[in-house]
Design a protein around this ligand. Sequence first.
Ligand code: 13P
Length: 258
Amino acid sequence: MNRPLVIGNWKMNLDYVEAVHLIQQLGVVLKNKPLEHVDLVVAPPFVDIRSVTSVVESERVALEVGAQHASVHESGAHTGEVSVSMLQRLNVGWVLVGHSERRAMYAMTDEVVAQTLRTVVRQGLNAVLCVGEELSVREVEAHQDFVSAQLHAALEGLDEKSRPLVTIAYEPVWAIGTGLTATTTQVGEMTEHIRTVAASLSLGDVRVLYGGSVNADNATALMNEGRVDGFLVGGASLKADSFLAIAQAANDCYDSKR
Ligand code: 13P
């Protein structure tokens, strides 16, 4: 089992004042009760990042900061976009790549996902590649093929030096923000499938996360029976207590199996 990773994807929630408040709350709890066996990351909106990293650095909060997206381009005339080097300058260590909301709402194709992932890892940042099928795909039992195709499109030919910077997050679209968590059996089958495909692409040790309506009540079963290496959390990452309860569950599962 890999050391768990729990990432909070705040999506388009929390302005910078609210973000500072949440990160301070997380800092206080983590100081009183450190989580030794889990890596924690929060991915705020771009405009919050500077404020969040300032608090993380000045108050030594035990987590890293990520971004929800980055431009495929390195610089130039791309109105509204944010480059990886701008994020790097802010001490951002992680970037979500190809979240299903970016793919569906902002026309992020497999090709752009692959190029963005390369832009991220080229600069030495960690890329969290998001994959997952829609309900219509699962209904016709094509989910494994669909996810394989996404993995191949994004990871084929990735150079050896970049591979350790990749994490894979399985987020079935039908489980995101719906309260419909995938069953532990569904998650277990898919994580095994993802590990097999990743190994065939020379990414043997990759961490595989699950995302989609994760909460404090289902996290332990998803870790144990779904055999994931952690979570990508949306709604439940917006409150310190629910986010940390999930992190605690991941921490304890790993600790009990070491
Ligand atoms: P929810 O946890 O709100 O379902 O969101 C999952 C997600 O999309 C995280 O990236």
